[in-house]
Design a protein around this ligand. Structure first.
Ligand SMILES: N[C@@H](CCC(=O)N[C@@H](CS)C(=O)NCC(=O)O)C(=O)O
Length: 227
């Protein structure tokens, strides 16, 4: 007699996951927010009032012990780090539209740029926007001018790469990492020399702004600057 086979487990399909993004307008959440729009994945938005320091409230710290935005709740389970969210969301897309597909050179470059931007550029923006964190308020000016110089060096590097291998970071294909780069470009808008001072970065920004998801993001987050 054959053993009774186990009942087939019901596995929720990707498109009925419950996603909630905790965000603050224009913050590190903006890349995930826009990418969700671009992918057409249903989600809820939960606004975190950073001016009232809600990101440091005991309730929020349970979701994100670092006390920063964004947090993505996936079926109630928190995920932190915006770059990781983009990487994961790109994998959820049934058509893999924003993922270099072949596991070859383009995929290597994709991973390389994600890590370089998230490890190498985003933290310098942290120093620019929160200069007191490095060594107190006395040295803010020095921290900021150092951050500015290092950010500008990265724009130079990215500009050269886009000129030689663009128009996107992985060449002709627009991928998830471009949404992360776009967010960082936006953060430079009020700096003495924003990303758009470099011509290939400016072309990249213009083409990213031309996508409908840009307007939708602005509407949802109530953003106006740099439109
Ligand atoms: N690496 C993190 C950085 C998150 C981050 O620093 N978020 C900022 C806003 S862009 C924040 O929440 N700042 C408020 C605070 O630090 O209290 C990510 O990308 O998710």
């Amino acid at each position: 007699m054959h053993a009774k086979s186990a009942p087939v487990q019901w596995a929720p399909s990707k498109d009925i996951m419950m996603l909630s993004l905790y965000y603050s307008p224009g913050a590190a959440s903006a890349s995930a927010c826009r990418f969700l729009i671009e992918l057409g994945i249903e989600h809820r938005l939960e606004k975190v009032d950073t001016s009232a320091n809600q990101q440091k409230s005991p309730e929020y710290l349970k979701l994100n012990p670092g006390g920063v935005v964004p947090t993505l709740l996936v079926d109630g389970i928190p995920m932190v780090e915006s770059a990781a969210m983009l990487m994961w969301l790109a994998e959820q897309d049934a058509q893999s539209r924003f993922l270099p597909g072949d596991g070859g050179r383009a995929r290597r470059e994709y991973l390389q740029w994600f890590l370089l931007l998230a490890n190498g550029l985003q933290p310098i923006f942290r120093a620019w926007f929160y200069p007191h964190e490095a060594a107190g308020t006395e040295v803010c000016d020095g921290v900021k001018s150092n951050a500015q110089a290092r950010i500008e060096m990265m724009w130079e590097r990215i500009n050269t790469h886009l000129e030689q291998s663009g128009p996107y970071l992985c060449g002709a294909q627009l991928t998830a990492v471009d949404f992360f780069l776009f967010m960082l470009c936006r953060w430079s808008r009020n700096m003495p020399k924003p990303a758009t001072a470099w011509p290939y970065c400016a072309m990249f920004v213009a083409s990213m702004k031309a996508r409908p998801s840009f307007r939708t993001l602005y509407q949802r987050e109530g953003l106006t600057e740099w439109a």
